[in-house]
Design a protein around this ligand. Structure first.
Ligand code: MLT
Length: 330
């Protein structure tokens, strides 16, 4: 009898303690955020991913009532940052902006230290960014046909910058080389911010980069442009042909971006992050600045956890075979 009473008393104490822990967790979640949130970017500052991150960080911070601080963790085509985020505490204070490299890295690396489909929670898709094939200003070819002939004559004497395996600049550059049946000298950087600086300085010959920073430098005549990776010409650069129009039939790279957290963030916090992202993407200033770079905000039904997860899955399935067929090395 005594034993039964002790057991019952202990049981009641456990229930009481877990109710208390439960209410502490609920209260922590309802108070969140109480300190700055770190927005990890997997490439160098001054590049396209960094720019999109800084653009959404300010309005997201305003909505959430705490600063969203951008932290650049560059290297290995974005995979160092992905591994860091996968291991971070799932408390909502670490969020992560990455592009389609989240899907392509699986096919480019033998083994990744994280699983894009198991180690993250999903806040939503963000934007789609076109790319441009660029050359240094004093690079001899003046148009795509001349570029093809020049590449055939000079092969690996030509250098092409990229941001490492997993970066879209690398994917675009190697798909381009594979379509031409050549291998140029590929030079990795920690992001296309520094790669574009070197292209403008004449230290590298070619770069495939997103429109985020490149429309301005094309308009200012600081680099040459040979084509867009889009199915249609861009409204900001109507005289620039698509690579498809130049003969690379079906050549298309649209750089989609998503916002993630480490796996296990409580649902109420994920819902607040998602609401803040939607507010940021509807901000008139953000919209205008993205529009000036021909960047498309995705439709709001895709700015959802399931919208991002489904897209990531379909992109993993899409790019694996394309990368293997193009024989892109890691
Ligand atoms: C960057 O932000 O530097 C780029 O997105 C890198 C890339 O993927 O090419």
């Amino acid at each position: 009898m005594k034993l039964k009473k002790t057991v019952l008393t202990g049981f009641a104490a456990i229930i009481g303690a877990s109710a208390l822990i439960g209410s502490n967790i609920a209260s922590a979640q309802s108070k969140w955020p109480t300190k700055p949130i770190s927005l990890i970017v997997p490439f160098a500052a001054g590049g396209p991913t960094d720019s999109v991150a800084r653009l959404i960080a300010i309005p997201m911070g305003k909505t959430l009532g705490e600063t969203v601080v951008v932290e650049n963790v560059p290297g290995a085509g974005g995979t160092i940052a992905s591994a860091k985020v996968a291991r971070a505490a799932p408390d909502g204070y670490t969020i992560y902006l990455h592009h389609m490299g989240m899907a392509t890295a699986q096919a480019l690396y033998d083994k990744l230290p994280y699983d894009p489909l198991k180690d993250f929670d999903y806040i939503g898709q963000v934007v789609d960014v076109p790319m441009l094939l660029l050359g240094r200003k004093n690079f001899p070819p003046n148009n795509f046909k001349e570029l093809e002939a020049y590449i055939k004559a000079n092969g690996n004497k030509i250098s092409m910058a990229n941001a490492g395996p997993g970066a879209v600049s690398q994917l675009c550059g190697l798909l381009f080389q594979s379509r031409l049946g050549v291998r140029l000298t590929n030079i990795p950087y920690k992001g296309t911010g520094p790669a574009l600086t070197d292209l403008m300085g004449g230290q590298v010959d070619l770069l495939c980069d997103q429109t985020t920073q490149t429309i301005g430098v094309v308009k200012d005549n600081r680099v040459k442009v040979y084509g867009t990776t889009t199915p249609k010409r861009l409204s900001a650069l109507p005289n620039v042909p698509t690579l498809d129009q130049e003969g690379l039939k079906g050549f298309e790279v649209k750089v989609w971006h998503g916002l993630y957290t480490p796996k296990g963030v409580p649902a109420p916090i994920l819902a607040k992050l998602n609401a803040a992202l939607k507010v940021a993407l509807n901000d008139p200033d953000v919209k205008k600045r993205l529009d000036d770079s021909n960047i498309d905000i995705v439709s709001m039904d895709k700015v959802t956890p399931s919208g991002l997860k489904n897209h990531l899955e379909s992109e993993i399935n899409k790019w694996g075979p394309v990368i293997r067929k193009a024989n892109i090395p890691d």
